[in-house]
Ligand binder design. Sequence first.
Ligand SMILES: [Zn+2]
Length: 682
Amino acid sequence: MPNNPLLTAHTLPPFDEIRAQHVVPALDYLLEESRQRIEALALQAATTPPDWENFAAPLEDINDQLSNAWSPISHLNGTMNSPELREAYEACIGKLSDFSTWVGQHEGLFNAWQALKEGPGWATLDDAQKRAVENTLRDFRLAGVDLPAEKKARYGEIKSRLSTLTNQYSNNVLDATQAWHKDIHNAEDLAGVPESALATLKSLAQAKGVDGYRITLDFPSFYPVLSYADDRALREEVYTAFVTRASDQGPNAGKFDNAAIMEEILALRSELATLMGFATYADYSLATKMADSPQQVLDFLTDLAQRAVPQAREEFAELQDFAAQELGLENLQPWDVGYASEKLREARHAISQEQLRPYFPAPRVVDGLFSVVERLYGVRFEEKEHVASYHPDVRYFQITENDTPIAGFYLDLYAREGKRGGAWMADCRVRRQTSAGLQLPVAFLTCNFTPPVGDKPALLTHDEVTTLFHEFGHGLHHMLTRQTIADISGINGVAWDAVELPSQFMENYCWEREGLDLLAAHIDTGEPLPGELLERLQAAKNFQSAMGMVRQLEFSLFDLRLHHLGSAPDASHIQALLDDVRHQVAVMPAVPFNRFQNSFGHIFAGGYAAGYYSYKWAEVLSADAWSAFEEAGIFDPTTGQRFRQHILEQGGARDAAELFEAFRGREPSVEPLLRHSGIRAA
Ligand SMILES: [Zn+2]
C-alpha cells in the first residue's frame, strides 16, 4: 500500500496530514483494490453459499474503506477549496460515478445477493440484516440489473439520454438567466431598494466595467428589486424576464427554449417506468419513498389545498385592499405581490433580523443547543482538544452517554473564502460493526454565519439559529442511531420524503420561550429575549402562511400529475395541466406569458421528479411529532426517549411509516401542521 494518509485506517481523518496531492493516488488505489475484492467476492459466492460473514460484511468493509477516505476529501473540497484540491476532486468524481455504475450493474454481485436471499444464509440473518439485503436487491432491480438483455440496453440508452437532456435543461436555464441584464444609471430609478442590495447591484455593474447599477436574474439581484423597487414598470420588466426564461416568450423568446427538452424528458421517463413494470413514472419514483401510491399523494395534496385555499384567498384579498388603499396599486399584478407583501409585513409586524442579533451570541447559542439535546435525550457534550483539524475555527465535540463515548462531530460555523455557501450535515464516519469492533458515527456540521470581528463573539440572526438547529437535527439522526449495518445506519436507507423529519422537528425549539431561554442572552446585559420581541417574532412567522402553502401545493400537484399521466404530454399539454392546477389552488391569476415550467429545475434537472411533494410530506411528520411534545411538555424526557428510540435510533431499519406510527401511536395527522402554520380549521 502506498504511503498516503488517506489509505491508513484512522478513527478520525488525519486532517493535519492530508494534502491535495494525496487525493488522486488514494482514490485510484482504492477503486482498483475495491474492484478486485468485489470480483473475488462475487466469484466466491458462485461456489460457496453466501452468508453475512463471508459476503455482506466484507462487502461493507470495502464500501466503508472507500467512504472513510472520500468523506474528508469531499468535506475539504466544500469547506477549504483551493485550485489544487478542486482539480484533484474533479479528477475523482467521474471515476467514482463510473465505479458506482459498475457496481449497480454487476450481475455477479446481484446474483450473490439473490443467493443470500434465497439460500441457506437467509435463515441466519437478523431483521436488520434482512432489511439491508432487501433494500440492496430493490436498488439493483430499480437500476435494471435483472431486465432481459435487450431491455437492459434500452434502459442504459434512456438513462444516458436523460442525463444529457437534464443537463441541457439546466444549461438552458443558466444561459437564459445570464443572457439578460438591465443597467440603471441613476440611483433614483431604484428608489425603495435597500442600501445593501444597491451595493450588490453596483458591484455587479463595476465587475462589468459599467457605471451605475446592474440588475441580473440571479436571486441576490432580482429579488430585492421585485420586493422593494417602487418603480412598478421596472418590476414588471424584471418579472417578465424572470418568468419567461428558457421559453418561447419574453425578451429572449425562443433562444434557450426548453419546451422540446421537457417533452423528451417526460416521454423517456414514461418509457423507463413502463420498462421497469410500473404504470407511470410517479409509481416508479414512489417505489423507494414513504408514500404508498400517487393517488395517496394526490389525496394528501388535495386535502391540504382544500383547507389552505380559502384562507389564502382571504390573505390575498387583504393584500389587494392594502395595496389599493396604502400604496395606490389598483389591479394587483404578479410583479406587485412581493412588493406589496413586504410593505404589509412591515406595517403589521415591525421586526427585523438585525434587531434580534444581540440576543444570539454564537457561543451561547451553541451551548443552548447542547442543553436542549442534553435535556431531551440525557446525553452529554464534551469538547475535545488536540483533534486534528483543517481550520482554526473548527471545533470537535464528543457525545457521551453514561460516560461512554457514542458519537462525535466537527462544528464549522463561519463563512470564509474557499467554503461553499449554505448549511449542511454530512457524515464522516457511519456507525457500524467491524471485525475490529464498533465504529462510532461522526458528523460534519457546517454553516456559513458571519464570523466574529475582533474579540466580540459572532451575533446570529434568528434565521441562522434556526438553520443551526435544523442541521443539528440531521446530525442527531446520524449520530444517535443504534444501527450497526452501514446501509441502514443513521440517515442511510431513510426514505426521501421522511428524511427532513428530525431536522424540521429541531427547529421548533427556536420558537418557544422554554427553548429560547436556553440559547438567547443579550450580548451586553445577558437578559433573555423580551416577551414583546418574542410575540412579534412568533406573529411574523405565519405572515401569509396560507399563500405560501398554496404556492408549494401548486408546484407539488403540477409535478405529481405531470408524472402520472397515461401518455407523455407535449408542451401545450404541459401548459394546460399547469393552468388547471393553478385554477385549483393559485390565488394570483398567472399572466399568459408565464413559463414557470421551463425553469422548474427541481423536477426537470434535479432529484425531485414526482417527489416535490416531499417537502410538505415531511413537514406533516415533523409538525405532528412536535405536537406530541406540546402535549407532554417540550422537554418531557419520556417523550424525548420515545422519539429517540422510534425515530432517531432506527435509521433505515424499518419503513418510515411504521416508525412514525410506533412513535405517535397512530398515523400522521395534518392538523398540527395546519395549526403551526396558522391555517384555521375549515
Ligand atoms: Zn434538511
